[in-house]
Design a protein around this ligand. Structure first.
Ligand code: AMP
Length: 402
C-alpha cells in the first residue's frame, strides 16, 4: 500500500506537483514550465537533489502530468498508488465552503465557476481529469482558493451595485489566497498556543499576488480581493484598486476591453509604477541606489497595504497579531518597516533588530511584547492543501484509502 499523497497545482502554462507523506511532510516536488511550447521541461527536487527532465514536445498539462508521474515511478520516488490527490482550484464560487472530494457534480460545479476564473478553473479541471484517468480508484480532492472566505458577512461581500448584479450574475466579493490565509491562522494559533477559534489576526499575503484578510473566530471576516484577484492591494503586475470610472475614460481614449484588461492585470502594479520590474528585491536594490521610480513603486505598495490593514481593523473585536507572509512579506524588511510606519496611530510599531532578521530569534515576532503582535510566518499553501486533502479523506481514521 502506498503511503504518499499528491498535490497538484495547474497554472496556465505551468504545473506544480508535490509528493507528501501521510503526515503531510513534503518528500519531493516538481515544477513543469513552458507547457505547450517546444521547450517544455520539468525540474524535480528530491532529497536535496535536483534534476531537469525534458517533456514531450509541446506537452499539454495532461501529457506533462503523465510523463512526470511515469518518471517519478521509474525512479521509485513515487511507489504504488497515492492515497489521495489534492488539487488547487482557484474559484469555487458560493458552491464550495470547504475542501471537497471530487465527483461528477463537483466537476460540473467547478466548470460553472469557470466564467469567474476563465484563466484558472478550466486548467484546474484538466489536472483533476488527468489524475482521475491515471488513478481511477484514488480520491481526488478539490481545495479552493475562495472557500475560506465563504464566511464573509454580507456587509463585506456585497458591492453597492443593483441587487440583480448579485442575484443574476453572482457579482460579489469572493476573496482569494484562502489556503494561505487559513494556513497562517493555524500557524499563529499554534505559535500562541491558543485554539484557532479564539485567535484574531490580520494576515498579509504579499507575493506576486497580494491580499490581506481579517480573521476572527476561525473565520475570514473581510479580505482585499473581490470578484476577481485584481481588487485590493498593489501587486507585482496587477493594479489593485482603481477608480471604476477609469474604464470609461480609457475606452474614450480608444483602448479596447482586452487592452484595458491586459493593462490592469499584466502591465500595472510594481511593474507599471517602476517601469522596470515586478520583482520587489530588485526594486529595493534600485531604490537604495537612488532610482526614484522604484522608490515610488515601493511607497505606493506600502501605503496601500497600510490603508488596507487599517481597514481590516473594522472587522475585528481584538487583535492577536498582524502577520506578514509570501515572498515579500517573509523577506522584505523595508516593506514591513515602511508599512508599519504608517500605522503608529493604531498602535503598531516594529523592533528594528527583530525586523532585520525576520523575527527568526523570536518565533517570528518582530515587535515588543505588550503591543499588538507583529509576526513574520512563512506560508505553505501546498502543505495546507495536503493537510486539507488528508482531512477530507479522513485517512487517519482509515477511510478513503485505495
Ligand atoms: P511569491 O509569489 O510568494 O514567490 O513572492 C514573489 C515576490 O517576493 C517577488 O516580488 C520577489 O521579489 C519577492 N521577494 C523574494 N525574496 C525577496 C527578498 N529577499 N527581498 C524582497 N523581496 C523578495
Amino acid at each position: 500500500m502506498s503511503e504518499s499523497l499528491l498535490v497538484v497545482n495547474c497554472g496556465s502554462s505551468s504545473l506544480k506537483l508535490a509528493i507528501y507523506s501521510r503526515n503531510a511532510e513534503r518528500q519531493a516536488q516538481v515544477l513543469a514550465e513552458r507547457l505547450g511550447t517546444s521547450e517544455a521541461s520539468a525540474n524535480v527536487e528530491y532529497r536535496g537533489q535536483r534534476e531537469t527532465i525534458r517533456l514531450p514536445e509541446k506537452a499539454n498539462h495532461e501529457q506533462a502530468l503523465s510523463a512526470v508521474i511515469k518518471h517519478l515511478e521509474t525512479c521509485e520516488i513515487l511507489t504504488g498508488k497515492p492515497i489521495a490527490v489534492g488539487h488547487r482550484v482557484v474559484h469555487g464560487g458560493e458552491a464550495f465552503k470547504t475542501a471537497t472530494i471530487v465527483d461528477e457534480e463537483v466537476i460540473d460545479a467547478i466548470d460553472r465557476c469557470s466564467e469567474l476564473a476563465p484563466l484558472h478553473n478550466p486548467v484546474n479541471l484538466t489536472g483533476i481529469k488527468a489524475m482521475q484517468s491515471l488513478y481511477p480508484q484514488t480520491p481526488q480532492v478539490a481545495v479552493f482558493d475562495t472557500a475560506f472566505h465563504q464566511t464573509l458577512p454580507d456587509h463585506a461581500y456585497l458591492y453597492a451595485l443593483p441587487r440583480r448584479c448579485y442575484q443574476d450574475w453572482g457579482i460579489r466579493r469572493y476573496g482569494f489566497h484562502g489556503t494561505s490565509h487559513a494556513y497562517i491562522l493555524r500557524a499563529l494559533a499554534e505559535r500562541l498556543d491558543k485554539p484557532r477559534s479564539s485567535v484574531s489576526l490580520i494576515s498579509a499575503h504579499l507575493g506576486n499576488g497580494c491580499s490581506v484578510t481579517a480573521i476572527e473566530g476561525g473565520e475570514s471576516k473581510d479580505t482585499s480581493m473581490g470578484l476577481t484577484p485584481l481588487e485590493g492591494l498593489v501587486m507585482g503586475t496587477r493594479s489593485g484598486d482603481v477608480d471604476p470610472g477609469l474604464f470609461d475614460f480609457l475606452q474614450r481614449k480608444g483602448l479596447s476591453q482586452d487592452s484595458i484588461s491586459r493593462m490592469l492585470n499584466q502591465d500595472s502594479g510594481l511593474l507599471g509604477l517602476s517601469g522596470k520590474t515586478n520583482d520587489m528585491r530588485s526594486l529595493v536594490e534600485a531604490a537604495e541606489s537612488g532610482n526614484q521610480a522604484a522608490k515610488e513603486a515601493i511607497d505606493v505598495f506600502c501605503f496601500r497595504l497600510a490603508r488596507y490593514i487599517g481597514a481590516m481593523m473594522a472587522s475585528l473585536t481584538h487583535l492577536d497579531g498582524l502577520v506578514f507572509t509570501g515572498g515579500i512579506g517573509e523577506n522584505s524588511r523595508r516593506v514591513r518597516a515602511q508599512t508599519v510606519g504608517h500605522l503608529r496611530l493604531l498602535g503598531f510599531s516594529v523592533d528594528d533588530n527583530a525586523n532585520e532578521n525576520h523575527g527568526k530569534d523570536n518565533g517570528g515576532r518582530i515587535n515588543a511584547e505588550g503591543d499588538y503582535g507583529i509576526y513574520v510566518i512563512p506560508t505553505d499553501e501546498e502543505g495546507m492543501i495536503a493537510t486539507e486533502t488528508l482531512e477530507s479523506v479522513d485517512v487517519q481514521a482509515g477511510t478513503g484509502e485505495d
